[in-house]
Design a protein around this ligand. Structure first.
Ligand SMILES: Cc1cc2nc3c(=O)[nH]c(=O)nc-3n(C[C@H](O)[C@H](O)[C@H](O)COP(=O)(O)OP(=O)(O)OC[C@H]3O[C@@H](n4cnc5c(N)ncnc54)[C@H](O)[C@@H]3O)c2cc1C
Length: 502
């Protein structure tokens, strides 16, 4: 029997547990115990369901609310769990995004791909940029490449920060008004040291291939349009949207994963405090004083929590993992009565660039973005606070943060000052987002090279090769495969080779 202890019950830890369970179902002598510090499973996937006195239900995702539809891992696991039909795309009729400029909401110009314009008229007419800012962006069409890579070179060898890259190609205004809130914000990263090679290597490659980013994105837009023409949605089939979720909220995924992995093998409310490699076995000491012996250990926690555990196995791995910075944030989900929301509801999000100096860095209109998130006659909103450049705001009390979010929403959306939420919930994410800073990939290569030669040990989670939900899920599956291989268990999860989409 190969017994594996999995530390951490987020989507990565549960991905590992599920794969181990599948190996056992396939006839291999494998068992696992998953240890989760919180009482709740799911980690950054946290859906709060609240019913009002009229029987209406609010579905509030406090952490991640979506995943990229193009990435296969979630669809694949959903199919294996029989919940693929519960996936949902975003509501495309209401998909506008606004950017805050001088306190006003400006609609994101049509044709923007990431932060690059691909349509002339919307760019000419938008008040989002000044005329000098627009001319500076257009200069990208003429500017040479920074350098020509040698054949076989990779983005990793030519890493550059988001700030350096965008300012060099398209100017400071493009960074400040769009790239920072859109690209940096989504990654919870500070553009000054956010590694492009680790997050968006395609941008570096695009400069090599097309020289100009605008030309590169125009080419990409053409290809997407051709693909859409070639493969129109079948009658009755919903249009594929960029982001997806599950109708009951995103934690539905981790809940069903836990059910399928087997909740009898999961212990919650207990912290793994110490990891040791004894002669033939691993020992995991828990906060309860219990010691679990295992043939293998998977550490699927945040980087700051993984570092001390990993350091006991390999001091250098511990050092490298500890060097991955993590930023804290908070989200506030609030519902208001229709009457208090006299604004247009045809949008999904508002981004507030750092240069606006607002504590609320973003807003999602959850009740327009997703179906059935709030009872009729109410509007569900979610605001983001904190992030790498404003950690101080999080020192305020919970009540103060909820009130701060409320007053910001009132101001931005023109709601009555007296508007009080029907439902409000604060979610704190202490050091919840890893920062992929310059040189991240070199550090991860070294971690993986050292981990590869430590039999029965693997790391998983969003700190290493991708911060999105599908990446974290896959990292857990890979970790499970690694420790199974180390134990000589010959198990190939055939479902993972299924490349089909929903
Ligand atoms: C506010 C927010 C919004 C996001 N939005 C999106 C989005 O829209 N789309 C997207 O793709 N991604 C999004 N992300 C990122 C995504 O949610 C995460 O990358 C992913 O869920 C991380 O999963 P994980 O399993 O690696 O880590 P986690 O979910 O952090 O799980 C780690 C678990 O380990 C537990 N743990 C820690 N230490 C110990 C210990 N010593 N013993 C036992 N247990 C321990 C923790 O309690 C936690 O449950 C968002 C993240 C945040 C914070």
């Amino acid at each position: 029997m190969t017994h594996v202890v999995v530390v951490g019950g987020g989507v990565a830890g549960l991905g590992a547990a599920l794969r181990l369970r599948r190996a056992s179902e396939a006839g291999h002598d494998v068992a696992f115990t998953l240890i989760e510090k919180d009482e709740r499973l799911g980690g950054k996937l946290w859906t709060d369901r609240w019913s009002d006195e009229n029987g209406g239900t609010y579905i509030a995702d406090g952490g991640s609310d979506s995943f990229l539809t193009d990435k296969q891992a979630v669809h694949r696991v959903a199919r294996s769990l029989g919940i693929l039909q519960d996936e949902t795309g975003t509501n495309e009729e209401t998909s506008k995004t606004f950017i805050v400029k001088d306190g006003r909401l400006i609609q994101m110009p049509d044709g923007i791909m990431m932060f690059a314009p691909t349509k002339l008229m919307p760019m000419v007419t938008t008040p989002l940029y000044s005329w000098p800012g627009k001319f500076r962006m257009a200069l990208d069409l003429m500017l040479p490449r920074k350098e020509r890579w040698a054949p076989g070179d990779t983005p990793q060898e030519h890493d550059e920060s988001l700030e350096a890259f965008v300012v060099r190609r398209m100017g400071r205004e493009c960074l400040d008004r769009l790239a920072e809130p859109l690209v940096g914000g989504v990654n919870g990263s500070d553009p000054t040291d956010m590694s492009l090679a680790a997050t968006y290597p395609m941008l570096l490659e695009m400069e090599q291939k097309h020289r100009s980013l605008i030309l590169g994105f125009l080419d990409q837009r053409k290809k997407v349009e051709e693909m859409r023409k070639k493969h129109p949605p079948k009658p009755g089939q919903p249009k594929r949207t960029f982001f997806s979720s599950f109708r009951p909220g995103l934690q539905y995924l981790t809940d069903r994963m836990a059910d399928a992995a087997g909740r009898e093998h999961i212990v919650t409310g207990v912290t793994a405090q110490k990891l040791e490699k004894a002669k033939d076995a691993w020992k995991v000491t828990l906060s309860s004083g219990e010691v679990h012996e295992a043939d293998a250990v998977i550490v699927a926690t945040e980087a700051w929590a993984a570092a001390p555990l990993a350091a006991a196995v390999d001091a250098r791995i511990g050092e490298l993992v500890a060097s991955i910075p993590c930023s804290s944030s908070a989200t506030v989900v609030m519902a208001f009565a229709d009457a208090d929301c006299p604004f247009d509801r045809h949008w999904h999000g508002i981004l507030s660039p750092l240069v606006e100096h607002r504590p609320l860095t973003g807003v999602s209109l959850m009740s327009s973005k997703w179906p059935d998130r709030a009872p009729k006659g109410t509007v569900l909103l979610r605001g983001f606070l904190g992030g790498p450049r404003d950690q101080h705001v999080l020192e305020r009390s919970d009540d103060a943060l909820v009130e701060l979010a409320r007053t910001q929403l009132v101001e931005l959306l023109g709601m009555p000052r007296s508007a009080q939420p029907l439902y409000a919930r604060l979610f704190r994410w202490d050091r919840g987002m890893p920062q992929y800073t310059l040189g991240h990939l070199d550090r991860i290569d070294e971690i993986e090279a050292r981990e590869a030669v430590i039999s029965g040990f693997a790391l998983a989670g969003n700190a290493y090769r991708g911060v999105g939900v599908p990446n974290a899920l896959e990292s857990g599956e890979r970790a499970a495969s690694k420790v199974l291989r180390d134990a000589g268990v010959d198990y190939a999860d055939t479902a993972s080779d299924d490349g089909s989409v929903r």
